[in-house]
Design a protein around this ligand. Structure first.
Ligand code: FES
Length: 319
């Protein structure tokens, strides 16, 4: 659960299925007051009807002050939070949410933006696009990759004449051989900021294709659990350098969670290896790096404890 207080109780004033299995919720203050401001790329953590805390990007424009909009993909294979949102959270209900946080900030340090979204990963990017358009900026191009038209959230909104030439929407029909070839887009580095949000394979592909771009050109975001729940998880232990204390990490637990259970709190945000908040010194051990943050030069001495683990043996952390 988020430790960021205070939390807000908001009314669900709208709920609609905007694509197959994707439900959009519009949240407003019960007394009609303005909501705490947010910036493009922000997310909130939500207490789902199942009691689980899930993080969802805000998909509306940060120029709006009176509502938060989230879109939830119903994941039957997940922990149950998204299913309970889709099935049990009705219009008129109240919901407990955190204040917005941002680990996927839109910067204006470069001349233009390349947005790459896979599936439900469109949500923070749709928010960014609305913000840019609302502030008169049109120097961006979106590559939005989905399975088919029916599963494409915000398809009509992104298909308007205003966005003609700036939006590519590609469907692979569930066949990776039909995937969009991003190499022509990324082959020649230029002064663009790249934002990528989507499934692991998409982020890893983009990371591979942008290794020759200047440092800091690419920002990733994902709230998925793929990296944490890989099938090859093995139990191991971490030793804290300062105290010599050893903490066990079983197959189903992350280092971050095991540390917290033992009273060692490492700051975290995305908990999916993309934001960089939980970077921790690695003193010794054979780390299984599963994040999208560290570059090769850091991997021998740093570890993102929200997703990464040990390949074999134990780890010694600079804590
Ligand atoms: Fe974001 Fe670990 S909390 S990378």
């Amino acid at each position: 659960m988020s430790t960021h207080e205070p939390r807000l109780k908001l009314n669900v004033v709208g709920k609609k299925e905007i694509a197959n299995g994707i439900f959009e919720f519009e949240l407003r203050d019960p007394a009609g007051q303005p909501l705490p401001a947010f910036t493009p790329g922000s997310h909130i953590s939500v207490r789902t009807p199942a009691g689980l805390i899930n993080k969802y990007s805000l998909s509306n424009s940060a120029l709006e002050t009176d509502r938060y909009v989230i879109a939830v993909k119903k994941d039957e294979q997940g922990r149950g939070g998204s299913v309970s949102m889709a099935d049990d959270l009705a219009q008129g209900a109240q919901i407990d949410v955190s204040l917005p946080e941002n680990a996927f900030e839109l910067t204006n340090k470069r001349t233009d933006y390349i947005f790459i979204a896979g599936g439900i990963g469109i949500t923070p990017i749709y928010s960014m696009i609305q913000y840019l358009l609302g502030t008169g900026v049109d120097t961006f191009k979106l590559y939005y990759l989905t399975r088919n038209a029916q599963s494409t959230a915000y398809r009509d909104e992104l298909n308007t004449s205003t966005l003609q030439g700036r939006t590519v929407i590609h469907h692979d029909d569930g066949n990776l051989d039909n995937g969009y070839d991003l190499w022509p887009v990324l082959e020649n580095p230029r002064n663009s900021q790249i934002y990528c949000c989507g499934p692991r394979f998409l982020m890893e592909g983009v990371k591979d294709m942008t290794g020759h771009w200047p440092a800091g050109s690419v920002t990733f975001e994902s709230f998925g659990t793929e990296a944490k729940q890989a099938k090859n998880n093995i139990p191991f232990a971490v030793t804290l350098q300062s105290s010599g204390k050893t903490i066990q990490v079983d197959e189903k637990t992350t280092i971050l969670e095991a540390l917290a259970k033992n009273g060692v709190i490492v700051p975290s945000s995305c908990e999916s290896g993309t934001c960089g908040t939980c970077k921790t010194g690695l003193i010794a051990g054979d780390a299984d790096h599963r994040d999208m943050v560290l570059d090769e030069s850091e991997r021998h001495c740093k570890i993102m404890v929200c997703v990464s683990r040990a390949k074999s043996g134990d780890l010694v952390l600079d804590l």
